[in-house]
Design a binder for this molecule. Structure first.
Ligand SMILES: Nc1ncnc2c1ncn2[C@@H]1O[C@H](COP(=O)(O)OP(=O)(O)OP(=O)(O)O)[C@@H](O)[C@H]1O
Ligand SMILES: [Mg+2]
Ligand SMILES: [Mg+2]
Length: 688
């Protein structure tokens, strides 16, 4: 088989059913022998499944029973694979140097003919099967062929001795004509069985083989027909792969319903270079096509390639790579492709070094190939393909062969046209730099993603991902935290309750401060690192709001936090991100009218203004936790009704160090007053 069709079905793609299921097979056990011990289940014997159930498929029967295993299915692709098999054999004959031309013809009755002017399939009696001609053997027996030893063919696409016998098995009719030894010979087959023995038609000076066949509608369905455009394309593609062959195309005009010509000739003396030139004729390339062909000295084997770069890409692809081994397409690549990429990369790096461009060190084979159009074809003996599909070449030989073959020609190509080489190198280096930048961006994204995963458990984060318009409330105590969570705007407001008092960082060592759980949770929630690694763009919220009880303890905690922020991330204060919430101290109500006062003076003011001559009820909040969520929201959190104080630094920052010491003095009342006196009120102009 010279197939590039997936044959994975060989290993169970299609469920194996018994060839003729016996009705008893699934019936309940016919006979039950008593269990020898209680622990064992009864042993059942099914009389329907015995030696007679094991079938051996003879001759070409297996191909007709399981076509999928040989040609990948019975669809249109599989149908056209029949053509590929016959064409591959003719091509092998050409590559071996015996055929110069191949004729492909599609008849109006659906017959496809492939003829070559090679040696002709041998027709003499086969030594091992005296009653049969060699022709009959290769057509009716699997694993028969002349390509196993490498004597008759050196670098063939044929490997298995299966191809033509499979075509024969799946054809309603197959007629073979052979010209050799001065005569024309003929033998006909149907569905894999011979209709005649090989007969000598008459003398002839011609040489070669003609196979004319009609795929069996029993296998492919009554509507199955070869598609002219597809056959045309396949034949043309083959011609590019071997410059020593001419392929003639002919098709009954009534079959053609598109642009496919009824007659054509494929001959490409420049091989793959011709192919690539045709393929990129409408593409803006970064230079000429680099192409060449190297034959292995003294041994069978050759490498041919064509490469071109394009900044704009090739149609729908940035780059492409088409590879072949012994004219068989290898869509999954393999060692030949790897060898080519390695050679191109090595030469480009060497060229960069030679011209003093240090960035050449950045480039990888992927950078080189990403925007390149590449066609590579190798001819080697005994190719090894991975798996049964021939889709990927695995001969390590091929890698060495290609790498060696390309090295000198590419070095030479680069240095012979420095302008072009510089342009290509420049382009590839930029690609490499972009790749590195993308990787870095990705790492950063990943780092921030993991940081997000590591948010402290007690943080009730807001839904909005973007920092803009978001707020973090640092709340004293769990009960206040609970009310705050209920009173917040989930979308933009996050709550981080702090348990107990945070460490007095003004007196703690850096080590201790880092070890403090509350502080490290705070850092995680904010998304920033304290100290030199603080980056304002990391800050996960636009505003950080300290919300503590309106009492001495609350003031103490607030001042500890402010000190902490000042010491470890002063820019957060300089940039105006830090605020104090201003919860009320009193609730004053009479009937339906309610007002909140933030301190004693404010209370007096409210009483005078709103409750003159009345006896309102005055309640004093002992803490935030006492407020109903709705109250907390209205008085302290809702941007429409609350008051916030922005924490600022004095204009003369030098005073601050002293100030911090003062704040941390022994009398908490003083600290509270200090905060109250110095916090800048930004109530009205702040929130929209
Ligand atoms: N056009 C031809 N000219 C000369 N010999 C041929 C031609 N076609 C087939 N043969 C002979 O018939 C043999 C069997 O061909 P077949 O396609 O069945 O197997 P293969 O080409 O050896 O391997 P594969 O199964 O991989 O195609 C070939 O090995 C070759 O010896
Ligand atoms: Mg073959
Ligand atoms: Mg065969």
């Amino acid at each position: 088989m010279t197939s590039n069709i997936p044959q994975s079905s060989l290993f169970g793609d299609e469920p194996e059913k018994p060839a003729s299921p016996s009705p008893e097979a699934s019936a309940p056990a016919a006979r039950t022998t008593p269990a020898p011990t209680k622990q064992h289940a009864p042993v059942t014997v099914d009389p329907g499944y015995g030696a007679s159930s094991i079938e051996v498929l003879e001759g070409l029967e297996p191909v007709r029973k399981r076509p999928g295993m040989y040609i990948g299915g019975t669809d249109e692709k599989a149908l056209h694979h029949l053509f590929a098999e016959v064409l591959d054999n003719a091509m092998d004959e050409a590559v071996a140097g015996h055929a110069k031309a191949i004729w492909v013809e599609l008849d109006k009755d659906g017959y496809l003919s492939v003829r070559d002017d090679g040696r002709g399939i041998p027709v003499d009696p086969h030594p091992k099967y005296p009653g049969k001609s060699a022709l009959e053997v290769v057509l009716t027996m699997l694993h028969s062929g002349g390509k196993f030893s490498g004597k008759a063919y050196e670098t063939s696409g044929g490997l298995h001795g299966v191809g033509i016998s499979v075509v024969n098995a799946l054809s309603e009719k197959l007629e073979v004509t052979v010209w050799r030894d001065g005569y024309e010979w003929q033998q006909n087959f149907s569905k894999g069985h011979k209709l005649t023995d090989v007969i000598q038609v008459g003398p002839s000076k011609k040489k070669g083989t003609l196979e004319r066949f009609l795929p069996d509608p029993e296998i492919f369905g009554p509507e199955a027909r070869f598609k002219p455009a597809r056959v045309y394309r396949m034949a043309k593609a083959k011609a590019y792969l071997f410059r020593g062959v001419q392929i003639f195309w002919k098709c009954a005009p009534e079959l053609i319903h598109d642009q496919t010509p009824a007659e054509d000739k494929f001959y490409f003396p420049n091989g793959l270079a011709d192919y690539l030139a045709e393929r990129v004729k409408d593409t803006e390339t970064l230079g000429d096509i680099f192409s060449g062909r190297v034959e292995r000295k003294g041994e069978a084997g050759a490498v041919e390639w064509a490469v071109v770069w394009s900044g704009a890409g090739f149609g729908e692809h940035d780059g492409f790579c088409q590879s072949y081994c012994n004219t068989i397409p290898t869509p999954d690549g393999g060692t030949h492709e790897a060898g080519l990429r390695a050679a191109l990369t090595r030469s480009l790096k060497a060229y960069a070094e030679m011209t003093g461009d240090k960035r050449g060190g950045l480039i990888t084979a992927e950078d080189v190939a990403a925007q390149a159009g590449i066609v590579i074809s190798v001819f080697i003996r005994n190719p090894e393909f991975q798996g049964q599909t021939k889709d990927r070449l695995s001969s390590s030989d091929a890698q060495r062969l290609v790498e060696k073959a390309l090295a000198d020609p590419f070095d030479h190509w680069l240095t012979s046209s420095p302008k072009q080489a510089d342009r290509i190198l420049q382009f590839i280096v930029e690609r490499a730099e972009e790749r590195l930048k993308r990787r870095k961006d990705k790492e950063v994204a990943r780092a921030s993603a993991t940081r997000k995963l590591r948010l402290p458990g007690k943080l009730a984060d807001c839904a909005r991902q973007d920092a803009v318009g978001t707020e973090l409330f640092i709340v004293e105590g769990d009960s206040a935290g609970g009310s705050a969570k209920q009173g917040r705007n989930r979308n933009t407001q996050a709550i981080l309750p702090l348990r107990g008092k945070i460490l007095n960082v003004a007196s703690a060592t850096g080590e201790k401060a880092r070890a403090n759980v509350e502080l490290s949770d705070l850092g995680l929630a904010l998304g920033v690192q304290p100290g030199a690694r603080f980056k304002e763009e990391d800050l996960r919220y636009e505003r950080v709001i300290i919300m503590t009880d309106a009492d001495v303890d609350g003031a103490h905690i607030a001042s500890l936090l402010i000190t902490y922020f000042y010491r470890t991330m002063p820019n957060m204060i300089r940039n105006g991100n830090l605020f104090l919430a201003m919860p009320p101290l009193y609730r004053i109500s009479h009937g339906k009218e309610t007002h909140y006062a933030k301190d004693d003076a404010h209370r007096a003011e409210i009483l005078a203004k709103h409750f003159k001559g009345k006896k309102p009820e005055i309640g004093r909040f002992k803490g935030l936790g006492e407020m109903m969520p709705a109250q907390l929201k209205e008085t302290t959190m809702d941007p429409r009704t609350r008051t916030l104080a922005r924490v600022t630094l004095p204009h003369d920052e030098e005073d601050v160090e002293d100030l911090v010491e003062t704040l941390m003095g022994r009398k908490p009342e003083l600290r509270f007053r200090y905060i109250q006196d110095h916090a800048e009120f930004v109530a009205d102009d702040l929130d929209v």
